[in-house]
Design a protein around this ligand. Structure first.
Ligand code: BTN
Length: 233
């Protein structure tokens, strides 16, 4: 494990030397990157920001499951920290935004890096100790705001443990992991707006997550995009 007092982006550091098993942690990250070319910014001392290099040991056709697997692992790790408060409150917005109730507590940026063989750099940011006035957007939350006061080290330990276990499970039985993912996925059954990578939008009902990990919205399977849950007015 490599611990940096300050780093630009742990994903960038991990991708520069992508040896499987490497864990890069930053006490503070000042140029964090999010999905879909967004930034990920957190005030010093309030978030857990780290990246793990993984050799998934899966055929290329199964790689699209990895972002979902990572989301499921983070959700499971957070739920384990305080089963009474978080056991059922932690959900997943497809593909891998981790929510408490309706609000985002953790995000994941998974990148494929070509080393001797392709590896996944899985970057995880968890809002641990942020107060309400430190949240980046009103639709975010933190473990502390959910009533869970826990050191960042404990969050790291819990997430690494569930990540390792969930990766083993998906190699052995992807359908079982997808079934567990669907149980945690609060997008299913909701009205959603999906911003597709090419720019167009899709609105409809999130009906299912198929065996390739795609979200099926009113009959159309979507492999990538930004999902917004349409909130009841
Ligand atoms: C998202 O929800 O858009 C993904 C956010 C991912 C943030 C984490 S923090 C650690 C790692 N390093 C980065 O630069 N990004 C990820």
């Amino acid at each position: 494990m490599v611990l940096h007092a300050e780093a630009g982006s742990t994903n960038r550091l991990a991708a520069a030397d992508p040896r499987p098993g490497t864990v890069v942690v930053a006490d503070h990250q000042h140029a964090g990157r999010g999905r879909l070319d967004r930034t990920w910014e957190t005030p010093p001392g309030t978030a857990l920001t780290f990246s793990v290099v993984v050799d998934p040991g899966m055929p290329d056709a199964r790689w699209p499951l990895l972002p979902l697997v990572a989301g499921l692992a983070v959700a499971g790790g957070l739920a384990r920290l305080d089963p009474a408060r978080l056991g059922t409150a932690v959900g997943l917005k497809w593909p891998n935004d981790v929510l408490i109730g309706e609000d985002k507590v953790a995000g994941i940026l998974l990148e494929r890096v070509s080393a001797r063989r392709p590896v996944a750099v899985i970057g995880i940011g968890v809002n641990v100790a942020m107060a309400a006035d430190q949240l980046p957007v009103p639709t975010a939350t933190s473990l502390a705001l959910a009533g869970v006061a826990v050191p960042r080290e404990d969050v790291l330990g819990a997430v690494l443990e569930t990540l390792s276990r969930t990766l083993s499970q998906v190699r052995a039985d992807p359908s079982a992991v997808l079934a567990e993912y669907r149980r945690r996925c609060v997008t299913l059954g909701r009205e959603v707006n999906v911003q597709l990578p090419a720019g167009e939008g899709l609105t409809g009902t999130a009906e299912s997550v198929d065996e390739e990990g795609r979200l099926v919205v009113s009959g159309t399977a979507v492999g990538a995009g930004d999902v917004v849950h349409v909130r009841p007015t």
